[in-house]
Write a protein that binds this ligand. Sequence first.
Ligand SMILES: [Zn+2]
Length: 278
Amino acid sequence: MLVNGKEILIEAKRQNKAIFHFNINNLEWTKYILLECNKLNISVILGVSESAVNYMGGYNTVVNLVKGLIKDLDIKINVILHLDHGKSFESCKNAIDAGFTSVMIDGSLKELEENIRITKQVVEYAHMKEVTVEAELGAMGELKDDQVSFGKLTNVSDCLEFVNKTKIDSLAASVGTVHGKYTKELNIDYNLIKDIADSIDIPLVLHGGSGLSNDILKKCVLSGITKINVNSDLQDAWSKGVRKFLEENKSVIDPRKIILSGINNLTKEIDNKININN
Ligand SMILES: [Zn+2]
């Protein structure tokens, strides 16, 4: 069932469990992420970036793809269809109008006042349609050409002001993780996670959940993280499978066989990640 995830995240926060957000790219990823999570009987957040929306054709295509798969594959779990890093009010509105059940407005690169203004505008529209809103404060570390530029960590008083003024449903705070698959050691500020989680009453989101061991992810959850975003680890797992298959099967031309050759790795990575809840 397609839901907005509000209750699911609040309940997970109460139980100190993680809800996973996996980014989707096409029909096959969507189908097999849904099937795997359904098999595991866990709620899942399907994250779609603006560029993935464009890649797949547009907001309506994504909504209808997800709804069609839920129906045709008889998916019983709760599915949250979430716009990842919405850059503007317009893109959030387009996602909501098409049927997304959750959106992220990312105004983190703007000044606090402007971030509050644009986030509030999205919340007012989204809540009218029972869609939940995630927003971001501070700047995430970014990985480019194997070099990382570390962002500015969030502070607790900004978080309090931001959450009170915007009425968002979940907060992505910058606590030391990096977008992309960064495998060197990170200085994740667990005390900061704890302080923010203790001072606001909405679920906290960890971006850049790839490249982190399950022990680290678990520590983040025990410190107060509820939603974990995973993108690069799935891409890495899938592409390794495809690369190996193509090297070993030089004459295969069937695109279905090629795309599916990475899917086993992808579903194994999902199984691996969700272990942190056990
Ligand atoms: Zn992110």
